[in-house]
Design a protein around this ligand. Structure first.
Ligand code: MLC
Ligand code: 5AD
Length: 714
């Protein structure tokens, strides 16, 4: 009998097979993967349902109860969204999750002049308690768990929900669900804040205080890594910054005098799940392990306080406009990672993600992805089926270790509030995003149908379009009716009490519930606090240098640099572009990537602040005398805002300023935008260097075509 082979025997054999090639892989997370993991790499993770909960928070996990199929949705009016929810529930969805439009997120009523392009577009418009009642018409709030993704206007929205419940005959004690209420990550990546950080943190604590006293079944916060993931964070960054955010919320609630175990059992989490299958599974296991340690250190006694319960959503940025049916496959793989990682609740993205909001058709496929996993695959039969895999256990431990290093850095800065204020997490995430974009542009990270195996023509896909003028007109009528029907004096008194509370110490949610009962609108409740807190605004500061380094020896890059210099010689100054974000759309990853790449190419880049009106964009463009404006739109405002921008430029006699558009823009809108005067449109999957080359052409430079296409043709 021969001896059992050892790892060094394997090394020798592998070396021979690979002819000495190094098969280890560097990860964006900052460590390398070996091609083989063995027992020597893995530690015993313990048992599910027991500390540190690496294998899951419940002993029986899906064998006892499957994860909640909770599809995030909302569009247009409360009536239409309600009908959509009811169709989805009838077809197998289990929990609700409301997407609000950006006007609502940012605390504006639908009749506010700043939100003309946003009403009803990226989510449902909610201005009043009546809207909230319509949203949940015939949906029993005493049994249905409802998640509401709201962070900016979190006080009026939760107040409306509580009052809508009351008027349905359901007490706050009976309401189950989750409010996102995670403001720190808004300042970092998602950008739907209203007030500055300090009063925003008070709001978070007031909600934790109110819900822990009055709403025992309601999760007071959904501490979200998802948006960091979408902004380009690595798994280590997503873990470290999310857990550190959680720690910050706990400390700030404890500072108001709350007992940790009185509220910690209702803190919940939310992670994004991308395409690196095993990394994402390990990420969820690492998250639970890390949270256990943090909460144990903070002195939590109850085991429930130390359990990380989480929702997951498959990744939006991993989905593509090109060959969009591939997205079904991507979402399936990601959904498998989320469930093998032990998520409590899951949203699967629709295949038209990179183009528009889901249609009934694409929403059905997305939901069915989960139904098939739950009911046909056997994934739910066994608890943590990957537990004990050498690779998974080693990767989980490695992620814990690396995230702890980054969390220690945050601690040294003084915690997450200070870290966010310093810009450190945002900067790190943007660096990771730019590095990722570079790998994709260079074809090092393959995306099938985009930078490899690209089709010459794309098939037409029917997508959802929303007539936001119609939605807005309807909302304005309802707002007027609401204002006419209420006891004005009582309403104003309730709003004044809220303003007083903002100045002093009252619980803001309790005060807003009174205002909501008196039929104050979302905009009025927000303004009552804004009087005291002010409105926060900020201008993006994109990173520089990442592209320069990554493309150092790239020929095409060198051609673009030459082109920029040629234009510079001709103009006697650098060519100037403005990257503009108009409307309430705060998705700025793409805008930051463009700003960062263009400035590395040698353009002078002016980054407009978030939330501009077209008028403000034009004023800024004229002040800086730019040659072109790139409008980045990811929340469907493009058909309203970009034509307005071009009209205003014409009105100012500056039709010479070129306008291009980028972001999530359905192909069927391309002609409309071109007719309006847009000279270049760049959807997801656009190569940043080629965007630069195109810009040079627009500025009159004779730019040679790209020498060699990345990847192959069909
Ligand atoms: C679960 N339960 C079990 C069990 N498994 N009981 C016995 N045996 C088992 N095996 C119990 C739980 O303890 C719980 O009761 C109840 O069943 C419900 O299970 P859950 O696991 O808590 O699921 P759920 O209610 O769905 O809650 C999941 C959650 C919650 C805790 C993660 O916070 C949530 O639903 N989050 C969703 C967030 C979301 O949808 N966000 C969308 C963001 S979109 P009990 O009594 O213990 O509670 C976004 C995009 C954007 O942000 O940017 O716009
Ligand atoms: N309906 C459905 N899904 C939405 N998302 C955002 N808004 C909506 C909506 N109104 C999803 C998309 C997006 C992520 C942030 O949430 O998948 O990428």
């Amino acid at each position: 009998m021969t001896d059992k082979p050892t790892v060094s025997d394997w090394n020798a054999l592998a070396d021979k097979e690979s002819k000495g090639r190094d098969l280890s892989r560097e990860m964006p997370e900052g460590f390398a993967l070996k091609p083989l993991y063995t027992q020597a790499d893995a530690t015993d993770p313990g048992l599910p349902g027991f500390a540190p909960f690496t294998r899951g928070v419940k002993a029986t996990m899906y064998a006892g109860r499957p994860w909640t199929i909770r599809q995030y949705a909302g569009f247009s009016t409360a009536e239409e969204s309600n009908a959509f929810y009811r169709r989805n529930l009838a077809a197998g969805q289990k929990g609700l999750s409301v997407a609000f439009d950006l006007a609502t997120h940012r605390g504006y009523d639908s009749d506010h002049p700043r939100v003309v392009g946003d009403v009803g577009k990226a989510g449902v418009a909610i201005d009043t308690v009546e809207d909230m009642q319509i949203l949940f018409d015939q949906i029993p709030l005493e049994t249905m768990s409802v998640s509401m993704t709201m962070n900016g206007a979190v006080i009026p929205i939760l107040a409306f929900y509580i009052v809508a419940g009351e008027e349905q005959g359901v007490s706050p004690q009976q309401l189950s669900g989750t409010i996102q209420n995670d403001i720190l990550k808004e300042f970092m990546v998602r950008n739907t804040y209203i007030y500055p950080p300090a009063p925003s943190m008070r709001i978070v604590s007031d909600i934790i205080g109110y819900t822990s006293a009055n709403m025992p079944q309601f999760n007071s916060i959904s501490i979200s890594g998802y948006h960091m993931h979408e902004a380009g964070a690595t798994a280590v960054q997503e873990l470290a910054f999310t857990i550190a955010d959680g720690k910050e919320y706990v400390k700030s609630a404890m500072a108001t005098g709350l007992d940790i175990d009185a509220f910690a059992g209702r803190l919940s989490f939310f992670f994004g799940i991308g395409m690196n299958f095993f990394m994402e599974i390990a990420k969820l296991r690492a998250a639970r392990t890390l949270w256990y340690k943090v909460m144990d250190d903070l002195g939590a006694q109850s085991e429930r306080s130390k359990m990380l319960r989480t929702h997951c959503q498959t990744s939006g940025v991993s989905l593509q406009e090109q060959d969009p049916y591939n997205n079904v496959i991507r979402t399936t793989v990601e959904a498998m990672a989320a469930t093998l990682g032990g998520t409590q609740s899951l949203h699967t993205n629709a295949l038209d993600e990179a183009i528009a909001l889901p249609t009934d058709f694409s929403a059905r496929i997305a939901r069915n992805t989960q139904l098939v996993l739950q009911e046909e695959t056997g994934i739910t039969d066994v608890v943590d089926p990957l537990g004990g895999s050498y690779y998974i256990e080693a990767l989980t431990a490695k992620l814990v270790e690396e995230a702890e290093v980054l969390m220690a850095e945050v601690d040294e800065l003084g915690g997450m509030t200070i870290a966010v204020d310093s810009g450190m997490p945002k900067q790190r995430i943007e660096e990771a995003a730019a590095a990722k974009q570079t790998r994709v542009d260079k074809g090092e990270d393959v995306i099938v149908g985009v930078n490899k195996y690209r089709r010459e023509t794309e098939d037409h896909l029917d997508t959802l379009d929303i007539d936001n003028h119609k939605v807005r007109t309807g909302q304005i009528a309802r707002l007027n009716k609401n204002r006419e029907g209420r006891d004005e004096a009582a309403c104003q008194a309730a709003l004044r009490a809220l303003t007083e509370g903002a100045k002093t110490e009252g619980n803001l949610l309790a005060l807003a519930v009174d205002a909501a009962r008196a039929r104050a609108t979302l905009g009025e409740i927000s303004s009552a606090m804004e009087e005291v807190f002010g409105r926060y605004d900020t201008t993006p500061k994109p990173v520089t240098g990442v592209y320069k380094t990554a493309y150092e020896f790239d020929q095409r890059w060198a051609q673009v640099l030459d082109g920029v210099q040629a234009v510079e010689r001709r103009l006697g100054r650098k060519p100037k572009i403005m990257v503009a974000k108009m409307g309430q759309d705060g998705h700025d990853r793409g805008a930051n990537v463009i700003a960062s790449a263009f400035s590395d190419m040698g353009f002078e880049v002016v980054s407009g602040p978030l939330f501009q009106t077209p008028d403000e964009t034009v004023k800024m463009a004229l002040e800086h005398d730019v040659d072109a404006i790139g409008a980045s739109s990811l929340a469907a405002g493009h058909k309203t805002l970009i034509p307005e921008l071009i009209d205003l430029l014409k009105g100012a006699g500056r039709q010479d300023i070129k306008v291009v558009a980028g972001g999530v823009i359905p192909p069927q809108d391309y002609d409309f935008l071109r007719e309006a005067g847009v000279q270049g449109i760049y959807g997801p999957g656009s190569n940043v260097v080629e965007c630069g080359a195109d810009m040079l052409r627009l500025l009159g430079h004779n730019m040679p075509p790209a020498g060699e296409e990345l990847g192959g043709e069909e």
